[in-house]
Design a protein around this ligand. Structure first.
Ligand SMILES: Cc1cc2nc3c(=O)[nH]c(=O)nc-3n(C[C@H](O)[C@H](O)[C@H](O)COP(=O)(O)OP(=O)(O)OC[C@H]3O[C@@H](n4cnc5c(N)ncnc54)[C@H](O)[C@@H]3O)c2cc1C
Ligand code: SF4
Ligand code: SF4
Length: 598
């Protein structure tokens, strides 16, 4: 036997002088190790109630329950934990989409009431809430349960797109769509935020299951313009997507487009089971073929009403066709959605201006109900000196002329007043026309707002700049210089702030910081107004108007005149999906009025 083995038993004597480890008061003196997994904590402000913790818990120890005072863009629910079931595996912490859920290192607690062991961390206050240092948190950086980056969609390069109106975004392949759909945690917070309350988790699941016919059925439950919305929807849903708390929000808009793109229009009727509609024997007139009018028409036709749309212009689609440029929304995709609605028996009479060609009163007499969605088509002017010159244009007019193919002189230098999305659309449209004609771009867009507050979407500003446009933030237009009856440019001064202490619009400018933006065409793009001249004074007396000159309606968009419903931008804009949601609800309201027994 070697010496070491012989002496080892005696080393135990070394412990004789150490303090005993026996715990005298085991109920109070048994601290967990620093990373011990004890009772839950939840930062309820950061938690969005996505339910991922509930879904992953193998022991069904978590229930999402309603909580008071939650914020917009969350489900209003918070996890309640049942410690009769919890095994402290911490999977819920690891999966938490906001990193709000953690485990303390507290594990002992006595109560005679078993109900105490079911509580809502963060809301039912506990002693361990404030000790945030100890316990189990998801280590950072760490593996993630969901990829943080969205699947990229291919697009045309600035060089490829600069002088054409070809669609920029190329769409997802099946692999890309399924990979992106895989990131969805199915929390449904997006559904609550979408104005049309689309079944988003459900149609994304259909992509995962490669059941695109089911996906289409889910889209059409609430939205009869999926090709359109799949391209240009303002995607409010993505702003609240749970995944956006740590990474990129899910690409919900592009996934919708994927479903619509994959389903051939010839099969729509069969897939959507819209082949034998039962007529109700009543008819509804619709004024305007924008998204609100088309949506109302679609759902009314499905309910069996005879529907006729009266449209002032030569083609259907409203601002979707005459405002949104083709590089973002190609006409054949608009037609795909609209042709399906027409195939349900909806009729459109073009080039009919209600108010002049047919009066509104007459429509009221000839039809059982009327829905009006006439939109905002009048340009607004700054009213600055020179703005009444004939070479100063309103963006809605110019955008419409481009679509109509109307001849107008494309100048070598253009100034656009405005920094919103519509201003970016006309800026980029003019840039394309200039590039095609002169091989170069000279468009200056100028906005009151500072760079970080530009009202346009960031991607629009970035893409405009990529295409050679000059977007200048923080300048207030002062006057348009006119020489020999033609503009030569726009005088601007530095705008330091837009609102006063009480939040009122009251721009403050440095009159000494001046610039002159040269341009022989000036385009004002500072918002649009409505034209309600088709409503006679006599009728207006029967309607109620809100502070912004908008007709007051009830929740089904019914006005003070029983047979007249109004929706879309004239009532509640500012985008296509609001128009769709309004049209759908108005269709339900019209049905309730005409068939109260239902
Ligand atoms: C340049 C531009 C870009 C935009 N980009 C986007 C975008 O990317 N995403 C998005 O979601 N939204 C966008 N919008 C907003 C969107 O287009 C509107 O919110 C939406 O079209 C409003 O729908 P609506 O049904 O109320 O009316 P509109 O689409 O405006 O349609 C109204 C229809 O009524 C017709 N009409 C009007 N008066 C009469 C009358 N007296 N008789 C008969 N017909 C009449 C018009 O000709 C028109 O066809 C954009 C708007 C513009 C101007
Ligand atoms: S996973 Fe996180 S964010 Fe989602 S409900 Fe649970 S605690 Fe809240
Ligand atoms: S720690 Fe594990 S068992 Fe306990 S609630 Fe979380 S997921 Fe369920």
């Amino acid at each position: 036997m070697d010496l070491k083995k012989l002496l080892t038993p005696f080393t135990a004597w070394g412990n004789v002088t150490k303090d005993p480890v026996t715990i005298k008061d085991p109920l109070n003196e048994r601290p967990g190790a620093d990373r011990y997994r004890g009772f839950h904590r939840n930062d309820v402000e950061a938690c969005v109630g996505c339910g991922s913790c509930e879904d992953i818990c193998e022991n069904e120890a978590i229930d999402l329950v309603p909580a008071k005072d939650t914020k917009d863009g969350d489900s209003g629910l918070r996890p309640m934990i049942d410690y009769g079931r919890c095994c402290w595996c911490a999977l819920c912490v690891d999966v938490c989409t906001t990193n709000s859920l953690t485990l303390s290192n507290e594990y002992k607690w006595i109560s005679t009431d078993p109900e105490d062991f079911r509580f809502i961390p963060g809301i039912d206050k506990k002693d361990w809430d404030d000790n945030n240092d100890k316990g189990w948190k998801k280590p950072e950086p760490n593996y993630e349960f969901y990829p943080l980056d969205r699947v990229h969609m291919d697009e045309l390069s600035p060089e490829e797109r600069g002088d054409s109106f070809i669609e920029m975004m190329k769409g997802y392949s099946k692999e890309q769509a399924q990979q992106e759909a895989d990131r969805c945690v199915e929390c449904g917070i997006c559904t609550a935020t979408c104005p049309a309350h689309m079944g988003i988790p459900e149609y994304i699941k259909a992509i995962r299951n490669d059941d695109l016919e089911e996906g289409l059925r889910i889209l059409y439950d609430t939205n009869p313009l999926p090709e359109i919305c799949g391209r240009i929807c303002t995607h409010k849903c993505e702003t609240v997507c749970t995944l956006g708390h740590k990474g990129d929000p899910l690409s919900i808009r592009w996934l919708k487009r994927y479903i619509a793109d994959q389903n051939p229009s010839e099969k729509y009727k069969e897939i959507l089971e819209a082949e034998n509609l039962q007529p109700k024997g009543k008819k509804v007139a619709i004024i305007g073929s924008g998204p609100s009018g088309l949506s109302a028409a679609h759902y009314l036709a499905l309910m069996g009403y005879e529907v006729k749309i009266f449209e002032k212009l030569e083609a259907a689609g409203g601002m979707m066709r005459y405002g949104i440029p083709e590089y973002r929304l190609p006409y054949d995709q608009i037609d795909k959605d609209i042709n399906y609605i027409l195939s349900l028996g909806v009729e459109i009479q073009y080039n009919v201006n209600i108010g002049t060609d047919i009066t509104l009163e007459q429509l009221g007499k000839d039809y059982d109900a009327v829905f009006s969605g006439t939109g905002l088509h009048l340009g607004r002017s700054t009213g600055i000196p020179g703005s009444d010159n004939e070479h100063v244009y309103a963006s809605p007019d110019l955008l419409r002329w481009v679509v109509e193919g109307k001849e107008f002189e494309v100048p070598e230098s253009v100034v656009v007043i405005g920094g919103g999305n519509v201003a970016m659309d006309i800026t980029r449209t003019m840039a394309r026309l200039q590039k095609a004609k002169y091989g170069k771009v000279q468009v200056i867009a100028t906005a009151l707002e500072k760079e970080e507050n530009l009202p346009a979407d960031l991607e629009e500003v970035v893409e405009a700049r990529e295409e050679g446009c000059d977007v200048n933030a923080g300048w207030a237009p002062q006057s348009i210089e006119i020489k020999d009856g033609v503009p030569t440019g726009l005088h601007v001064v530095k705008c330091n702030s837009l609102f006063d202490g009480e939040g009122r619009f009251n721009p403050q400018c440095d009159m000494d910081a001046k610039e002159f933006w040269p341009g022989t065409m000036i385009i004002e793009s500072i918002g649009q107004g409505m034209d309600l001249s088709y409503i006679t004074e006599e009728m207006k007396e029967k309607l109620e108007f809100g502070p912004r000159g908008r007709v007051q309606t009830d929740e089904y968009f019914q006005t003070g005149i029983d047979w007249l419903f109004m929706g879309g931008d004239i009532i509640e804009g500012p985008d296509v999906i609001h128009g769709i949601a309004n049209g759908h609800k108005a269709a339900v309201g019209i049905d309730m009025m005409l068939n109260p027994e239902n």
